[in-house]
Write a protein that binds this ligand. Structure first.
Ligand SMILES: Nc1ncnc2c1ncn2[C@@H]1O[C@H](COP(=O)(O)OP(=O)(O)O)[C@@H](O)[C@H]1O
Ligand SMILES: [Mg+2]
Length: 395
């Protein structure tokens, strides 16, 4: 098996419109909830009714701000925390069922976990680090069986020659491969990661991330990966589960999460977005006609059940906007308030005529407008997401 190639093992259908019924999921959560009692006696709903399927070979990232429940969800899947409600299936077998009091211990769940900084044993050789799970699970493997499994997996992750070295002598990339080898040595094809790269400096992190991506795509194990870093999530994931307040707020392919957010919470957590407060005036086929302080706007409903009279926001990305041309769709007049040349792009802030509403616009290269110019901002109606103004989550 060759590493460092972006080929093969694309899971069945990961376009974001998956039909999980067609492929048996590796992990299946239904209605999982976990509460903690705080020191002051109050209750924290760390996980609040999460249902999620992970398909074979799929890389799912749990993304969200600190405290939203990512680690708790991962530990609950691994069996390191006991959920209060719900069921967890792994490889089609029930490993947890709150109502029926089924709870398999972590070592019987056929998964591996990779923590921050990989948690390799510094006093053990690479070989012994990788052999550790084979020797510590009370399994009666012969010496030669252990050696064969360890050598096979070392070759698989491209560290065939390094068995005698100690982790402290190795580069970050090599250490990551040792951690992966240890996770995969026992034949498991489900690996859970809890922010493994968060202690690594930015440059190294980027290259480790690429390597991890290559290895996951070529080896084809299923992964659930926790991070608060949206770039990491976008780069690694087949699907991203954006979490907030213990819930999965949206589960979709990275491109969908970015361009078709279904709540203000998701639109604001990923990238930057413009928001114009508005009231729905009319429904016109697939489009919604809005009244805004800057005049009429047209967009598409991003959630079910939005109708006339509703308070909403029109949400759209800065790079979807055009300047100086009244193209199709929305066009508003305004005044250039700020121009920031950033090299590859220019950030322009436009204050819409007669309002306090500011729109941020990103264009390629240098701009030919200056502060104080009258200008037109336009954005296609299809690019404007009409989102409920309240979505039950502090943004
Ligand atoms: N052992 C615990 N006891 C009490 N509260 C906890 C415990 N572990 C986590 N929590 C709470 O549960 C929520 C989710 O925490 P966590 O899963 O660690 O979030 P994340 O990994 O997304 O930062 C937080 O409000 C946190 O304070
Ligand atoms: Mg955490």
């Amino acid at each position: 098996m060759s590493l460092n190639t972006h080929t093969t093992t694309a899971p069945a259908d990961l376009s974001g419109s998956t039909h999980p019924g067609e492929v048996a999921p590796v992990v299946s959560l239904r209605g999982v909830a976990k509460r903690f009692r705080r020191a002051d006696g109050s209750v924290a709903n760390a996980i609040d009714g999460v249902s999620l399927d992970v398909l074979p070979g799929e890389f799912v990232v749990l993304l969200g701000p600190s405290g939203c429940g990512k680690t708790t969800l991962l530990r609950t899947i691994a069996g390191l925390e006991r959920a209060d409600e719900g069921t967890i299936d792994i490889h089609g077998g029930r490993v947890f069922d709150a109502a029926r009091r089924i709870e398999l211990p972590p070592e019987k769940r056929h998964l591996s976990m990779i923590f921050q900084s990989y948690a390799l044993w510094p006093h053990l050789t690479v070989f012994d680090n990788i052999a550790y799970p084979l020797r510590s699970r009370g399994r009666r493997l012969s010496k030669s069986e252990v050696a064969e499994k360890v050598h096979d997996v070392m070759r698989l992750v491209g560290i065939g020659e390094l068995g005698g070295q100690y982790p402290g002598q190795m580069s970050g990339g090599q250490q990551q491969r040792v951690a992966l080898a240890r996770a995969l040595v026992d034949g498991g094809d489900l690996v859970l990661f809890d922010e493994p790269l968060s202690n690594v400096d930015a440059k190294v992190r980027e290259s480790l991330r690429r390597e991890l991506l290559d290895m996951q795509r070529s080896l084809g194990f299923a992964a659930i990966y926790v991070t608060h870093d949206q770039h990491e999530a976008m780069e690694l994931a087949h699907r991203v589960a954006v979490m907030g307040g213990g819930k999965v707020r949206q589960l979709d392919a990275p491109a969908r999460i970015y361009s078709e957010p279904t709540s203000r919470y998701v639109a604001n957590f990923i990238g930057t977005t413009n928001e114009i407060p508005a009231t729905v005036r009319a429904v016109d086929g697939g489009a919604l006609v809005l009244d805004t302080p800057a005049g009429e706007a047209v967009g598409v409903a991003a959630a079910e059940g939005i109708g006339p009279g509703d308070e909403v926001v029109a949400s759209f990305r800065p790079e979807y906007c055009r300047l100086g041309t009244a193209g199709e769709g929305n066009a508003w007049g305004g005044i250039v308030e700020r121009v920031l040349f950033l090299g590859a792009t220019t950030e322009t802030v436009v204050r819409l005529g007669g309002t306090d509403q500011r729109i941020r616009v990103t264009t390629l290269g240098a701009a030919d407008h200056v502060e104080g110019d009258d200008i037109t901002v336009s954005v296609a109606a299809a690019r404007v997401r009409v989102l409920p103004i309240a979505d039950g989550e502090p943004a």
